[in-house]
Design a protein around this ligand. Structure first.
Ligand code: ATP
Length: 240
């Protein structure tokens, strides 16, 4: 990889006095799907919150396009094309699917975020189920439909890198397959993706590089060939 699009270099992060990341280094290249795996509490969410500026990089550095962005906040990083889809999805319950999506378009225009090709129609083509449900209120949506709205909103901001926190958690197997196909389409459109998952199943279908975290550190990393060669060790690191 030449200069990565987004990276952490020996990053530390804290919740109050409590240190949650210890010298974490991660790099995401343009057009790459990278998986961040680990058990419950390993530090995955903390790492992507630090990548997107919601948490301060207390030690080490955050790099964007090879330049120091350690002091950049979440708005600046979002304008620069870093988008987070949190695991709680945050769909507005009283707004319809279409209103939820349009809010993202309005926010993008106001913030002067990156220009690009994602339109409502493109989101509906990505998730045909959302087109059928466009008039349904957020509160009436299934978990999978909420996840689709959350991802749809994020891509409408024309991100360069999309950080997805456990996008398939709690979804029915058929919906997981649809979600994998949609994430693949997003990646093929040129968006880099960081995929946070507790296990290897979804990452193996999508990612070309893999990180495993444990207790706030990166304890294993490698590409698909390294993962295949070291599968027993990675399974051990992910076992509960
Ligand atoms: P999960 O799969 O449960 O989301 P994770 O790998 O994403 O796990 P994190 O949520 O990043 O893990 O948590 C890492 C550590 O930071 C844990 O010890 C957790 O208890 C702690 N932590 C997370 N959020 C907070 C918070 N808001 N305040 C204090 N400690 C926190």
């Amino acid at each position: 990889m030449t200069s990565p699009l987004l990276a952490l270099e020996r990053a530390d992060a804290f919740y109050g006095q409590s240190q949650a990341l210890h010298g974490v280094s991660l790099a995401i290249g343009a057009n790459e799907v990278v998986a961040l795996m680990g058990r419950n509490g390993a530090g995955k969410t903390t790492a992507i919150r630090t990548l997107c500026g919601l948490l301060r990089c207390a030690g080490g550095r955050r790099l964007l396009d090879g330049a120091d962005a350690s002091r950049a906040g979440p708005e600046a990083l979002n304008r620069a094309g870093v988008a987070l889809v949190p695991d709680n999805r945050q769909v507005f319950p009283t707004l319809t699917v279409e209103e939820n999506l349009r809010m993202a378009q309005v926010a993008r225009r106001r913030a002067g975020g990156p220009r690009g090709t994602w339109s409502l129609e493109a989101v509906y083509a990505l998730f045909p189920r959302l087109a059928e449900r466009r008039a349904a209120r957020g509160r009436a949506l299934s978990g999978g439909e909420q996840q689709m709205v959350a991802i749809g909103r994020a891509v409408l901001c024309n991100p360069r890198v999309l950080l997805l926190d456990e996008p398939t958690e709690g979804l029915a197997p058929l919906v997981v397959q649809d979600m994998i196909a949609a994430i693949r389409s997003i990646a093929e459109s040129g968006v880099a993706v960081v995929l946070v998952e507790q296990n290897m199943r979804v990452p193996q279908a999508l990612a070309s590089r893999f990180y495993v975290m444990d207790r706030g550190t990166v304890c294993w990393q490698g590409d698909a060939a390294a993962l295949a060669a070291d599968i027993a060790e990675v399974e051990r690191l992910l076992a509960i």
